[in-house]
Structures are given as C-alpha cells and as structure tokens.
Write a protein that binds this ligand. Structure first.
Ligand code: AMP
Length: 372
C-alpha cells in the first residue's frame, strides 16, 4: 500500500491472511533541501529495498488517490487510461492528485509485472443522493466546472462504518454516523453500508472545523476579503492553513487546545466551543437525514483519543437517544462501544485503518477482475 503525498511517502506491506503488517514506514522531507530523497523516485526505490525481502510474496500494489472526480465510484485497476482520468481530476485536488500520480508512475516503472490499483478517497461517497451532492447554483456552470459535493475520507469512513455496524450486531443494516476527527475532519451519514451524505464537499474545505481549515463559511466572506484587498490565493491559503482551531487560537493540535482550555485560556475556549458546536450541528443534521441511527462512530486522532471532545459533543443529546457511559468513554482500548446500556443510539470508538482498507479493496478488485 502506497500513500504518496507531496513531501512524504507512507508505505505498508500487508499480508491479508491475518491480517499482518510485514513492513511499515514513512519517508518524509522528499524534495526538501538537504534531504537524501530528491524526488518520489528516490523515495520509492527505498521502499522497494525495504520490501525486497518479501518480493516473492508481493501480489499487488494499492495506491491511495485523493480525488477520483465523477468517474471513479470504486477502486480501479491502473491502466494508461486510468492514469489519464486521474490526471483529469487533478484540478479538483491540485495539492494531492499530482503527488499520488507520481507514486503510481514510479511504482509502475519499478514493478511493471505487478497489478496496481488506485483506491480513491472520494469513491465511497459516490452513492450520496443527488439532493445531498448538488450545490444550489447555476446548473450549467456547475456542470462545466465539475462543481458538486464529492466528499473525502471515504476509505477511512468505509472501514469505520463497517466495524461500527459489526459492533452493534447489524453488519448489513446499520445506519451509522461516522465522525472522522483528525487534522482534517468530516462527518458522514451511512445507511446500510451506503454513504448518503457527507460534510466535505467539492474540496476538503467544507464542513466541520478542522485543525487548520475553516469548514463551512458564508461564501460572501471570500468576496468581502477579496474586495478588501486580499488575492484569491491569499484567501485560499488562509482558509486552508490559518483557519480552524489554529486560526482561532494559534494551535491546531487538540491536545494543546485542551490543555489551554483547562488553564482558562479564552481563545482556546472559543476555538473548542466553535469546534464542538459545529460537530453537534452535523450530528443533529445527520440524525434527521438518516431518520434512524444505530451508532455514532468516532475515529481519527481526536475522535479516537479524546474522551473530553466526545463528552462535550454528545452532552445534552439524551433527547435524541444518545447517552455516553463515562467509564467506557474514558477507557483506552481498540474498537469498542462507549455508550450507556440504556442509550438507544450506540456510540463507538473505532481506530481507523486506511492502509488495511486499501489492501482489502485492492485484493477485492483483483479477485473480481480474475473472475471476469
Ligand atoms: P490524524 O490526522 O487522524 O492523525 O489526527 C491528528 C490529530 O489528532 C492531532 O493534531 C491532535 O490534534 C489529535 N490527537 C491525537 N492524540 C490526541 C489526544 N490524546 N487527545 C486529543 N487529540 C489528540
């Protein structure tokens, strides 16, 4: 499994019998001054050396690709055509798709004999309803520019919603709200294994308050700032890198924010309140979208590790059938339920595993292709 980012490559070799992780690592600082890896080729050659002892056992390479555009509704066996279509989706994810493609191109060159599969962050969301994915703007313009909600974090959300559905004993039929709260953050409504709505939009900027991204914003703010003298690039950089928790209090790590809240720091208190308020709004919205919810599942660095965030976000939702068990909520153990026994909606904490999901989806598509 290769996750090739702009300046880093994450890789894992997973044996799906088990599953067992045989090799795992991250190469950072690619292309930076003084780094021993001046490009993705150098980094992926090192990955090749790391997995060389297992070369005989390699059956396929799964690549994470952020944006599959409107074309990809599931993983795809990589061909020249598929590469071209990923290139065509690049304007929708200019920061991500080109580096994902660099990884694909190098691995195809280094391992021409191995099947390679692209697993898209957007694919799980391809089932969202037209009502949920359509922005209410001029339809001709939306069509021409590919403007619609695509959603991201799909690989993580697919994995977490499946594990959460199993935890409540309804693997096929559960309705799940997945809250992926990491540095990026998204909420997703999943009905019986199919995504019906998600908070990230055409780009990963929409929705929840994130580490450094604003999430939902009146689009009028952008024009106000541009008319006030900022350039479009400056506004975008601010919304992506200097907004969210960081913009509000100067820290994007929730651990630091919580320490500052405990010390009574007013900026941190406001940042934390804005973050939790937005999250509660989305939970309420997705309860309404789904009609019936079996489980709310928390994942990502914040969702998995922060009992205080889960407590604050869910407090006062007993009317909606959600009750946390304080002891379970504070325990630290893998995938588990943390709701009270009398909670009609279960609450789960599920450590995400995008790498495993990419490996599983890669193996699935190969099995299907071999059957055809
Ligand atoms: P991710 O993007 O999923 O790796 O999540 C990274 C974020 O998780 C960090 O920026 C922290 O804000 C957050 N995080 C990690 N551990 C904790 C913790 N124990 N409590 C609160 N937040 C945490």
């Amino acid at each position: 499994m290769i996750n090739s980012g702009s300046s880093s490559v994450k890789y894992q070799l997973i044996d799906l019998d088990g599953p067992t992780r045989l090799v795992a690592g991250t190469i950072g600082r690619i292309g930076e001054p003084g780094s021993e890896f001046h490009d993705h080729e150098a980094a992926l050659e090192r990955v090749g050396e790391e997995v060389a002892p297992h070369a005989g056992e390699l059956t396929a390479v799964g690549h994470r690709v952020v944006h599959g555009g409107a074309t990809f509704t599931g993983p795809a066996l990589i061909t020249d055509d598929v590469v071209k279509q990923i290139e065509e989706a690049a304007p929708l994810a200019p920061l991500h798709n080109p580096s994902n493609l660099a990884g694909i191109e190098v691995m195809r060159r280094l391992h021409p004999d191995l099947p390679q599969v692209a697993v898209f962050d957007t694919a799980f969301h391809s089932t969202i309803t037209p009502a949920a994915r359509t922005y209410a703007i001029d339809r001709e313009i939306a069509e021409r520019f590919g403007v619609r909600r695509y959603g991201f974090h799909g690989t993580s959300t697919a994995y977490v919603s499946r594990v959460a559905a199993e935890l409540v004993g309804k693997p096929e039929t559960a309705n799940v709200i997945v809250l992926h709260l990491g540095n990026g953050a998204s909420a997703t409504a999943v009905s019986e294994g199919r995504c019906v709505d998600t908070s990230m939009g055409m780009t990963p900027l929409e929705g929840l308050v994130m580490g450094t991204r604003s999430g939902d914003l009146d689009p009028g703010v952008i024009f106000h700032l541009i008319r006030g003298g900022m350039t479009p690039d400056e506004v975008e950089a601010m919304l992506v890198h200097r907004a969210g928790l960081y913009g509000l209090c100067g820290d994007n790590d929730m651990r630091t924010v919580l320490d500052r809240v405990a010390a009574g720091d007013e900026d941190a208190v406001l940042a934390y309140d804005v973050y939790c308020h937005r999250l509660r709004k989305y939970i309420g919205a997705y309860i309404a979208v789904l009609g019936r919810v079996d489980v709310v599942a928390f994942t990502g660095g914040v969702g998995e590790n922060s009992a205080p965030v889960r407590r604050k976000v869910l407090s006062g939702l007993a009317q909606m059938g959600i009750r946390l068990d304080p002891t379970r909520n504070s325990s630290v153990r893998g995938a588990r339920l943390v709701s009270a026994d009398d909670s009609s909606v279960a609450v789960a904490v599920v450590p995400t595993d995008e790498e495993l999901e990419i490996a599983v989806e890669t193996a699935d598509i190969l099995a299907r292709t071999n059957c055809e």
